[in-house]
Design a protein around this ligand. Structure first.
Ligand code: NI
Length: 390
């Protein structure tokens, strides 16, 4: 079955390219995937399927295949693009200025459409119901997964699988790990408020630039002094904004940044220390601080049995064991984490790097591109997961 599935996916290659390149040329930002959703719905209807649109109130789509009733397996793809000006020069580069599929979600959508095509040709072989989830707004917390889950997409579902194209791994490989696989993400918005005035008379002011500088340095002690050597966390301050002129001490400085951790306990500990340090250091300088932590994603924890099923399906497709990689936990975040919190799930990276084709740029880079040879493999893997009994 497996090798037939891969052969059938390869026979679909021209269609997969057509879908992926159309989506690539017409990217839409998180929460604005109206045309993408219509395109996906039309492709599904052409296969004789009946998608449900606007699931969860955004542009999410689901479609059910196979027998009715019984425990269901769900396959999820995300559909949104990023606010980046594409610089690949590809013939099918983004036609929308400032918006680009720079994370591979165009490929995810095309691969799930490919799986839909493969599965609709094998409906009789489906031992259990299958739900395909085309999700919007992964790139923008609070994300598109949660509203779809709240709308009931996991009702009756006992397994969820998701793929992510990965430009750090060669095409033809796949990789994952059981347990925590991707980090929690929390966005920071910090305001340090002092008292502005003339730069020549600092004694009359409370300088928020000095206070904020100390805050930035002190925050780096969290990862080195508050986290065990066996645990890990990242605290990055990525914006430092304040001031208007060389002779004015400003009223306030605004900092932005992100916190990444691999467990809820560490996440809580880091955020608690962060507040203590920001508020304490600001107070020591006579300034006031406000710390806001924006809604991020929890850590993505893969279920060991679901990972085993994914690896078995990969081997069944004929992927050599040396092409199946055991990965370390990743610092990136993913709202697939919400599915995995509710239902035993596996999230798998699919290699798309190819030096010879120039597909070497990192995700979210303006020259990001994938080796499209990954598409049939991903479509076949998703279909195999739906067809496997475990
Ligand atoms: Ni992504």
């Amino acid at each position: 079955m497996g090798s037939d599935l891969l052969a059938d996916a390869r026979a679909l290659d021209a269609t997969l390219l057509h879908w992926r390149r159309h989506l690539h040329a017409h990217p839409e930002l998180s929460g604005h995937e109206a045309n993408t959703a219509s395109y996906v719905a039309a492709a599904l209807r052409e296969m004789g399927l009946e998608p449900r649109a606007r699931v969860g109130g955004m542009y999410g789509l689901t479609v059910d295949l196979g027998p009715a009733g019984g425990p269901c397996v769900a396959l999820r793809a995300d559909m949104d693009a990023l606010p980046i000006q594409e610089q690949t020069g590809l013939p099918y580069a983004s036609r929308t200025p400032g918006v680009m599929h720079a994370c591979g979600h165009d490929a995810h959508t095309a691969m799930l459409l490919g799986a839909a095509r493969l599965l609709s040709a094998r409906r009789g072989e489906l031992a259990r119901p299958v739900r395909l989830i085309f999700q919007p707004a992964e790139e923008q917390p609070p994300g598109g997964a949660k509203p779809m889950i709240d709308a009931g997409v996991l009702d009756g579902v006992e397994r969820v699988y998701g793929l992510h194209i990965w430009s750090e791994m060669p095409v033809g490989t796949l990789g994952t790990r059981a347990g925590v696989f991707m980090a929690s993400t929390d966005e920071l918005d910090i305001v340090i408020r002092g008292r502005g005035g003339h730069a020549a008379m600092p004694q009359q002011c409370v300088d928020p630039i000095v206070a904020a500088s100390q805050v930035v340095v002190a925050l780096q002690s969290i990862t080195s002094r508050s986290i065990a050597m066996t645990d890990s966390a990242v605290v990055s301050i990525t914006q430092f904004n304040g001031g208007t002129a060389s002779n004015i001490i400003p009223e306030e400085v605004r900092l932005a940044g992100t916190v990444r951790t691999l467990s809820e306990a560490t996440r809580a500990a880091v955020l608690r220390r962060l507040r203590e340090i920001v508020e304490g250091v600001a107070r020591a300088h006579g300034a006031e601080a406000r710390v806001e932590v924006g809604a991020g994603y929890p850590a993505l924890v893969n279920d060991a049995a679901a990972v085993e099923s994914a690896l078995r399906a990969a081997r069944g497709l004929g992927i050599a064991s040396e092409s199946i990689l055991q990965l370390a936990a990743q610092g990136g975040g993913e709202d697939f984490a919400y599915y995995a919190r509710r239902v035993p799930s596996a999230f798998v990276f699919l290699g798309a790097r190819n030096e010879a084709k120039g597909c070497v740029f990192a995700h979210h880079h303006p020259r990001f591109n994938i080796d499209e040879d990954a598409l049939p493999l991903g479509a076949a893997l998703l279909a195999a997961l739906a067809l496997s009994a475990a």
